[in-house]
Design a protein around this ligand. Structure first.
Ligand code: HXC
Ligand code: NAP
Length: 282
């Protein structure tokens, strides 16, 4: 609330700015939302936006102290926000069920699930260990399945029509040399989304993918591009001439979670500044 909203980009990699508020303040009033990987980066931005728009938000992550820091930061700007933190690994099916059941029994339902938690690192497939492959598939794909299945009873009970938003990546469509594990896992998520949009449409549940381009100030941008010294090259691939902000992804999620998304299911919402179209030309 108190964070200034500016559009100028003094440092293209910092990502500390906010977009102007585009939704009415009560857009998600009364909604119960769960965001996996809500303690940093894009997930944190989604939690912040949902809370600003009136939702009660549960954040999931592995590390208790990181969740506590995120919660404290959010409450500094939004002292009235209703936030719940739960330390759980999305790879643990039983623990995810227990965590989501706890939210549903406390609040009566779940309106919005955002499967955002993910793992990724650059490693050519020739050098990737079996466990490296397995770890990323397990977090990104199995973790998303675990979230969806655990959330189903709560989403069925939503009076707004439940929403699942799966955060994937444009390279799920193109392939990703050096991150074949993540691209494969996220491609699986794209397909899971489309399957569930049909299977669960009869329950009023909308299931969509959001595909972010490179987002400034995030761990993903740092480890995949900045640490490897190729961020400037990636920057040139942006049709819009800039990396995105976490608010760009949060706004897309807020739209899908709102009544604006009532007739949207099974879609791939590309929010990438035109990177995937321009990349072949530079
Ligand atoms: C090669 C690696 C590696 C690396 C880990 N491994 N990092 N192999 N290069 N850089 C291998 C390990 O050696 C091990 O295999 C296996 O992967 C599992 O590693 P662990 O550390 O034991 O796993 P775990 O603690 O479960 O951690 C999972 C993780 C970690 C994915 C490896 O990086 C993580 O927790 N990441 C979460 C945060 C994250 O990745 N954020 C960015 C998301 S960005 P062996 O064989 O040795 O046992 C994103 C899109 C970005 O998804 C898009 C950019 C624009
Ligand atoms: P990030 O800052 O590294 O955040 C990852 C979050 O997930 C953290 O809250 C982390 O907390 C949690 N997490 C990781 N592994 C987990 C597990 N096994 N169980 C539960 N929680 C776990 O990541 P990011 O860069 O913002 O990326 C977020 C999402 O956007 C990912 O799905 C990514 O693929 C996608 N994406 C990012 C970009 C980008 O530019 N950054 C571009 C395209 C797509 P703990 O470590 O405490 O568990």
């Amino acid at each position: 609330m108190n964070t200034p909203h500016v559009t100028a980009r003094p440092d293209p990699y910092a990502g500390t700015e906010r977009r102007p508020r585009i939704f009415r303040d009560d857009l998600l009033q009364g909604r119960i939302a769960l965001v996996t990987g809500g303690s940093s980066g894009i997930g944190f931005g989604i939690v912040r936006s949902f809370a600003e728009l009136g939702a009660t938000v549960a954040l999931i992550g592995r590390r208790e102290e990181k969740l506590a820091e995120a919660r404290a930061e959010l409450l500094r700007d939004l002292p009235a926000a209703e936030l719940v933190t739960i330390a759980v690994d999305v790879r643990n099916h039983a623990a995810m069920r227990e965590a989501v059941d706890g939210i549903v029994s406390r609040f009566g339902c779940l309106d919005i699930l955002v499967n955002n938690a993910a793992g990724n690192f650059h490693c050519p497939t020739e050098q990737l260990s079996e466990n490296g492959w397995r770890a990323v598939i397990d977090i990104d794909l199995n973790g998303t399945f675990n979230g969806c299945q655990a959330a189903l009873p709560g989403l069925k009970a939503s009076s707004h029509g439940g929403r699942i938003i799966n955060i994937t990546v444009p390279q799920a469509l193109s392939g990703w040399p050096g991150s074949a594990h993540a691209a494969s896992a996220k491609a699986g998520v794209l397909s899971l989304t489309r399957s569930l949009a049909v299977e669960w449409g009869g329950y009023g549940i909308r299931v969509n993918n959001v595909l972010p381009g490179p987002i400034a100030g995030t761990e993903g941008l740092k480890r995949l591009y900045e640490d490897r010294g190729i961020a400037d090259h990636e920057y040139e691939r942006m049709a819009m001439g800039t990396f995105g902000l976490v608010d760009d992804i949060a706004n897309a999620c807020a739209f899908l979670a709102s009544p604006g998304g009532d007739f949207v299911t099974g879609c791939d919402f590309m929010v990438d500044g035109g990177r995937w179209l321009k990349r072949g030309w530079v």
